[in-house]
Ligand binder design. Structure first.
Ligand SMILES: [Zn+2]
Length: 537
């Protein structure tokens, strides 16, 4: 139970993000809730002697940021493995993995993650033979940065039932010269990940604490999960550990966790979907994967890849399978949280939701389309009509924008990836995400990218899709709150809502747009308690 202490925050620029876009001078909280907003003088009159005053020292206070798609529990479980991202060459990544393997000689599986093949000068990942030469018979995998592919050695191929000496009929086992290369995509990559030994509750608990600190450091106080049951983690374990941390008063990020479609029926039968949840943990909806990732060459793109126009991967689910899953969830009054990157995948999702709405009309079902990278304006219009809301991975424009132009999509289609401004024009609220561990949380860079659309190489990508700083801030606050299905309790600084805040050194809406990324996050408050930064006691 949190103490019912009253706290008065003064001497700051408090941006409430309410409907009138009010800025106030002070906010009064009581326990984990906001009691009143107004001038410092007004609020001092409301309080008795038991108020603690917090001087914001001229900083800018916003509602706590909400990320609408990331894999906090998977990230927490993977912190113990080798991070192979951010390398300029394949050799560097292999060196990192080799050190990790030497430091953990008893690990039954050698595991690295975050490897970004097209960001290295090699432009590819290691083959099974290259991994064999370094790791021998120890089953080894390096998960691609997208989490939609993995590079494995011969021992791992054998472990997941793939004959390393013969070509495979399965398109998810990439073959060359009559045998598997070691590159696996989608479900086959997931089956290699499933070979990781179960994570102990203790390890997961430690990992979640570290992960939450990283989120808080970025001003985040809520997140929508990427699908319980993914990433070699038992869903129940995550629920148990988060529940324990909450009872111990250690949760600092509110988690909304959808259940991965493969585990849905089981969870439904166990009555999990009906559970009301708690302040820091809510289960809702079903997570469906429709296609893969553009940068892993597994997204369903209508006209194929720029350098390989004949490469047109299928969606993971057929239209019939998709229709059935979406209808079942929709008709049960639940929401679908559905991953779709390529335009062909978005089309399949839209058709399924349109059909479900026709059979069972529901007002504002708040279904959520994760990534939604290649949506056209007409697809966004149709999304609005059926209550399907977009969460864009706008950091793509910055991190992969140059490669989208040169390798994956070509200049024309790259211009309109993550069409935030189209959503604004159409009147469709949008939110943003970092898909951690795909990218680390970096909220100011994400807001900066939505406003400026500048790539890593400094190129302006799709100026028509730039949004105002206000819209970008709404994407992390009020709009994202709608998508948590809990806007009554979060997203703005208004009486009755949760006391979740982020303190910035400057207002991103008042600085030169090209400097938004330099705005510093000074402190994060969750449920009335400073959980990160300078306001911590
Ligand atoms: Zn994801």
């Amino acid at each position: 139970m949190r103490c019912r202490e009253k706290v008065l925050y003064t001497n700051g620029n408090i941006v409430t993000m309410d409907a009138d876009d009010s800025h106030v001078e002070a906010v009064l909280t009581c326990g984990d809730r906001i009691e009143a907003v107004g001038t410092a003088a007004e609020l001092r009159q409301l309080t008795g002697p038991r108020v603690r005053e917090v001087d914001l020292q001229g900083g800018t206070l916003y509602p706590g940021f909400i990320d609408t798609h990331s894999h906090l529990e998977m990230y927490a479980a993977w912190i113990q493995y080798a991070y192979c991202g951010g390398t300029d060459t394949m050799q560097e990544a292999l060196d990192i993995l080799q050190c990790h393997a030497a430091d953990h000689p008893d690990d039954p599986v050698v595991m690295g993650y975050g490897y970004d093949d097209t960001a290295t000068s090699d432009g590819r990942g290691p083959t099974a033979q290259e991994l064999d030469a370094l790791f021998g018979n120890r089953p080894t995998l390096i998960v691609h940065i997208s989490i939609h592919a993995a590079y494995v050695n011969t021992a791992m191929l054998r472990l997941i039932g793939v004959d390393p000496t013969k070509p495979s009929d399965n398109v998810e086992v990439v073959c060359a010269d009559g045998r598997p290369t070691g590159l696996l995509t989608e479900n086959m990559a997931l089956s290699a990940i499933a070979q990781l030994p179960p994570v102990s509750a203790e390890t997961l608990k430690k990992g979640i604490l570290v992960a939450m600190e990283k989120y808080n450091e970025q001003g985040l106080t809520s997140t929508i999960g990427g699908g319980l049951g993914l990433g070699g983690l038992a869903g129940n374990m995550s629920l148990q550990v988060i529940g324990e941390l909450e009872r111990e008063g250690k949760m600092t990020v509110r988690c909304h966790l959808p259940i991965f479609s493969a585990c849905y029926r089981e969870a439904k039968a166990a009555g999990l979907l009906e559970s009301p949840g708690s302040p820091y943990l809510r289960l809702h909806g079903i997570k469906i994967l429709t296609d893969g990732s553009i940068q892993a060459f597994t997204a369903a793109i209508k006209d194929g890849y720029y350098l390989q126009p004949d490469l047109r991967p299928d969606c993971i689910l057929t239209q019939e399978q998709m229709d059935e899953l979406v209808y079942e969830t929709h008709a049960a009054g639940q929401r679908v949280i559905v991953h779709g990157n390529g335009d062909a995948a978005i089309e399949r999702i839209l058709l399924a939701v349109e059909r479900a709405q026709k059979r069972c009309p529901r007002k504002n079902p708040h279904h959520l389309l994760i990534h939604c990278q290649m949506a056209s304006d007409s697809q966004l219009e149709r999304m609005k009509a059926v209550g399907l809301e977009p969460s864009f991975f706008v950091l793509h424009v910055w991190n992969w924008g140059d490669r989208h132009k040169a390798i994956f999509l070509g200049p024309e289609r790259t211009e309109r990836i993550d069409p935030c401004a189209s959503a604004v024009r159409i009147g469709l609220p949008f939110s943003l995400h970092a898909d951690t561990p795909v990218l680390p949380q970096m909220t100011m860079q994400s807001i900066h990218t939505a406003v400026n659309r500048i790539s890593r190489k400094g190129e302006l990508i799709g100026p028509d899709q730039r949004v105002s700083p206000l819209e970008a801030m709404r994407a992390y606050t009020t709009y994202a709150a709608i998508m948590t299905l809990d806007e009554a309790n979060r997203g703005s600084i208004e009486p009755g809502k949760l006391a979740d805040f982020v303190l910035l050194d400057k207002d991103p809406r008042a600085v030169a747009p090209e400097t938004i990324k330099d705005v510093a996050i000074l402190s994060t408050i969750s449920g009335g308690k400073a959980v990160w930064g300078k306001l911590c006691a």
